[in-house]
Design a protein around this ligand. Structure first.
Ligand SMILES: NC(=O)c1ccc[n+]([C@@H]2O[C@H](COP(=O)([O-])OP(=O)(O)OC[C@H]3O[C@@H](n4cnc5c(N)ncnc54)[C@H](O)[C@@H]3O)[C@@H](O)[C@H]2O)c1
Ligand SMILES: O=c1ccn([C@@H]2O[C@H](COP(=O)(O)OP(=O)(O)O[C@H]3O[C@H](CO)[C@@H](O)[C@H](O)[C@H]3O)[C@@H](O)[C@H]2O)c(=O)[nH]1
Length: 447
């Protein structure tokens, strides 16, 4: 099938590459000429495991093209995926300007039937706006061209995007006409050979399904984070509680990890947008508002612990930070907890030495030439001579560090672990103090 993907970011590039891998002819369009240039010269603009191989294989086979040429992209695909960004507006609602610009381009330039598929995460009712934008452009041209609009929200996770796309749990399709459903069913047939994964519904339900999924997952995390704070106060261990409740199949083990707050380009934005959507309908989403508030506080929990130990004035103290990305396996720092931690430490007069396996360039881009941030060449280099260590992202390479070396490297032998990587007793055996999230209260190391 001939497919165009508008927007070549995390979602667009993965969608385009994976659809090409199944034999489709895919053209990826972006307005960012730099991105397209990188892709056309064999590079990948983002860090996503396994993606480079799929992109190269399909580009070499001529099934995957990258362009900034809007007329060529509109003309190419019978199916036009819209996978552009939907960042939060000032009031928290999703900014639809890129989605509607993409829709208008299609209406302005199409000369044959198009199935326009919203893959971006968009508020309920957006498909109607997309439809209206295309119809408006066609009317301006005096054309009565058939087109369909479908909603096909994406559920991939960064860091596992290719795997998630290739082996989806479900494929949600919101559509109003049979032609659209049949095209989507044919396009996704290679991804559902074990069982039918297509869940077909109306447009608005599909749009709401995406927000419901992210809101539910964010709720689990904030709930566990609040319980973790309580566990600390009461001498209980949230890790044991997690295992104790996760074994109930109605609850399950996934997304129950307490930590230093959720980040990324999706949960924070989508929780806000759903709250906004509800407010526009005159409805409060009290649970979800609490989820957001709890998460904002949770991102500061590590610094609260630092302040409790070292005082509010951190002048002259340097702290080591392991992990900058919002989660492992990505260089994405959008809404990352590390940004809050670093800002709060700097605001109290501290300096930081940071290390992340892949997000160092992204951090330099974000922080510019901030002199109070030193970029270390490795985890131990970051720790050398620092007052204490803060762990913000659970990269595998942090899971089994040289604790003896760390004890010698840090001025005060204490680890503030925002991702509960270690067994508290083990760390303390090395004479390090260990403050994790919701784990038994710190005990002073033996003298
Ligand atoms: N990142 C994720 O893990 C993820 C997962 C599921 C859904 N989503 C949703 O998918 C959408 C895209 O997210 P992303 O992370 O891929 O964003 P991104 O910022 O990585 O990529 C968006 C791309 O769209 C391009 N663009 C903007 N306007 C354009 C236009 N008119 N024509 C062509 N290109 C245009 C931008 O230049 C950018 O490269 C968002 O709605 C997001 O909420 C993201
Ligand atoms: O038990 C957990 C699980 C995750 N997190 C944090 O939650 C954030 C988000 O993690 P994750 O969901 O793995 O990453 P995303 O790439 O943001 O993926 C989410 O957002 C995407 C965009 O909408 C959806 O497509 C995915 O299904 C959804 O998982 C990260 O900061 C994690 O550290 C926790 O604190 N505890």
């Amino acid at each position: 099938m001939k497919v165009t993907v508008v927007g070549t970011g995390y979602v667009g590039l993965v969608t385009g590459a994976c659809l090409a891998d199944m034999g489709n002819h895919v053209m990826c369009l972006d307005v960012d000429a730099r991105k397209i240039e990188i892709l056309n010269s064999g590079g990948i603009p983002i860090h996503e495991p396994g993606l480079d191989e799929v992109v190269r294989r399909n580009a070499a086979a001529g099934r995957l093209q990258f362009t900034t040429d809007i007329p060529a992209a509109v003309s190419h695909g019978t199916i036009q995926f819209i996978a552009v960004g939907t960042p939060p507006d000032e009031d928290g609602s999703a900014d639809l300007q890129y989605v509607l610009a993409a829709a208008r381009n299609i209406g302005r330039l199409a000369t044959d039937y198009k199935l326009v598929v919203d893959k971006s995460t968009v508020p309920v009712g957006t498909a109607d706006k997309v439809k209206a934008a295309i119809a408006d452009e066609l009317a301006r041209r005096g054309l009565d061209l058939a087109f369909s609009v479908a909603s096909n929200p994406e559920f991939l996770k960064e860091g596992a995007a290719v795997e998630d796309f290739m082996r989806p749990d479900r494929i949600v399709v919101g559509a109003e006409d049979e032609r659209a459903v049949n095209l989507m069913r044919a396009l996704y047939a290679p991804f559902q050979r074990t069982r039918d994964k297509l869940v077909v519904m109306d447009l608005r339900s599909a749009e709401l399904t995406k927000y419901a999924a992210n809101a539910m997952l964010a709720t689990r995390i904030s709930f566990m984070n609040e319980l973790a704070l309580l566990a600390e106060k009461m001498g209980a261990d949230i890790e044991l509680v997690r295992q104790g409740i996760g074994s109930d199949p109605r609850i399950g083990y996934h997304f129950l990890y307490a930590g230093a707050g959720y980040g990324g380009s999706c949960f924070p934005k989508d929780v806000k947008a759903l709250i906004r959507t509800a407010a526009d309908q005159g409805q409060g989403l009290k649970v979800l508002q609490a989820v957001e508030d709890a998460n904002d506080a949770q991102k500061r929990v590590l610094v609260d612990k630092v302040v409790a130990r070292f005082g509010a004035d951190l002048n002259g103290k340097r702290f080591a930070i392991w992990g900058l990305a919002f989660k492992p396996q990505t260089d994405d720092m959008r809404e990352a907890t590390s940004r809050v931690v670093i800002a709060e430490l700097l605001a109290r007069g501290a300096t930081v030495s940071v290390y992340d396996p892949v997000a160092m360039d992204e951090a330099r881009r974000i922080f510019g030439d901030e002199p109070r941030i030193a970029y270390a060449s490795g985890p131990m280099q970051a720790a050398a001579g620092a007052e204490a260590l803060l762990i913000v992202t659970e990269w595998k390479e942090f899971r089994s560090p040289d604790f003896e070396g760390l004890k010698a490297a840090l001025k005060t032998p204490v680890i503030f672990d925002g991702r509960n990587l270690y067994e508290p007793a083990l760390v303390r055996e090395f004479g390090l103090d260990y403050e994790a999230i919701g784990r038994p209260a710190a005990v002073k190391p033996a003298a």
